[in-house]
Design a binder for this molecule. Structure first.
Ligand code: IPD
Ligand code: CA
Ligand code: CA
Ligand code: CA
Length: 282
């Protein structure tokens, strides 16, 4: 059993830790880094990703020895994704936006979510370069640097700024699908943005700076914190197929409201159909 007081304590402890860990990113972003690739040339990791995750997990585990962890770099090094259980589990992306970090592009963050009984209870996303701290507690709203944030009420794709991830177009097996969806987004919206940090993009939808975000191919640590932040800001996150969102297998359609999310699901289906038709004609 974890009480509200326990959650208050967890939140305060991890918030302080997250802010402290941001110093590692801030001090390192302009300097040279040891860069390695993981799944491909587009999938980078530095010594700082590993250092950050080690610092965060060790510090949280010392304070909460019974808690579990799902962290990107631990999963990468062990090659196994733990199952999400009912136990308190910290879902950690030590640096989200590593490619941005490598290039000193200041759109990068620490992202930490806490799941209890498979319910997201705490979400913290911190960009230490732009000093933007997004936070949420389930049932208590979301904020940016302590001020409440609210998702957009725009219901039409034609009046929206839409975000997606372009980098997946480098993977041959999904290139056509990604480019087809991107073309559909460009032709309907006010504009599209591809920012290179899933966690921060979710937070920008939460604060109403963009209307919606879509990407498949993400992992739990990319989205756990951001999903709670959007929901607490009044927005919605559903699966790309229109069904219920699963944080352990995230296919993301996030939007300021349900109506827009459904419009986006329809647009994606239409784009995929067009891509398939083009393929069949060739
Ligand atoms: C990546 C970023 C990026 C998304 C990738 C993620 P990382 O996380 O969130 O925006 O397109 O799928 O892997 O590797 O920088 O933590
Ligand atoms: Ca990564
Ligand atoms: Ca990530
Ligand atoms: Ca990462």
């Amino acid at each position: 059993m974890i009480s509200n007081e326990d959650l208050d304590y967890c939140y305060d402890f991890v918030l302080k830790l997250t802010i402290e860990s941001g110093k590692i990113i801030r001090d390192a972003i302009q300097g040279s880094k040891k860069i390695e690739t993981k799944a491909g040339d587009w999938d980078l990791v530095t010594q700082y990703d590993k250092k950050m995750e080690e610092f965060l997990i060790n510090s949280i585990a010392k304070e909460f020895p019974k808690h579990k962890f799902i962290g990107e770099e631990t999963v990468s090094s062990t090659n196994s994704l733990p199952e999400l259980t009912d136990e308190p589990t910290w879902i950690i992306d030590p640096i989200d936006g590593t490619t941005n970090f490598v290039h000193s592009f200041p759109f990068t963050c620490v992202s930490i979510g806490l799941s209890v009984k498979k319910e997201l209870e705490i979400g913290i996303v911190y960009n230490p370069i732009l000093e933007q701290l997004f936070t949420a507690r389930r049932g208590r709203g979301a904020s940016l640097n302590g001020k409440p944030i609210h998702a957009s009420k725009v219901e039409k794709l034609e009046h929206s700024l839409l975000c997606l991830e372009a980098s997946y177009a480098t993977i041959e097996s999904i290139r056509d699908t990604v480019l087809g969806r991107m073309e559909a987004f460009v032709s309907v919206a006010h504009g599209i943005r591809t920012m290179g940090s899933a966690a921060l993009t979710l937070c920008y939808v939460a604060m109403g700076a963009a209307e919606a975000y879509h990407t498949d191919n993400l992992m739990a640590w990319d989205v756990a914190a951001g999903v709670l932040i959007i929901r607490e800001a009044g927005g919605v996150v559903i699966d790309t197929n229109g069904g219920e969102f699963n944080v352990m297998s995230p296919k993301v359609v996030a939007a300021g409201n349900h109506k827009l999310a459904i419009e986006l699901v329809k647009l994606i289906k239409k784009a995929d159909f067009t891509t398939l038709q083009k393929k069949l004609l060739h």
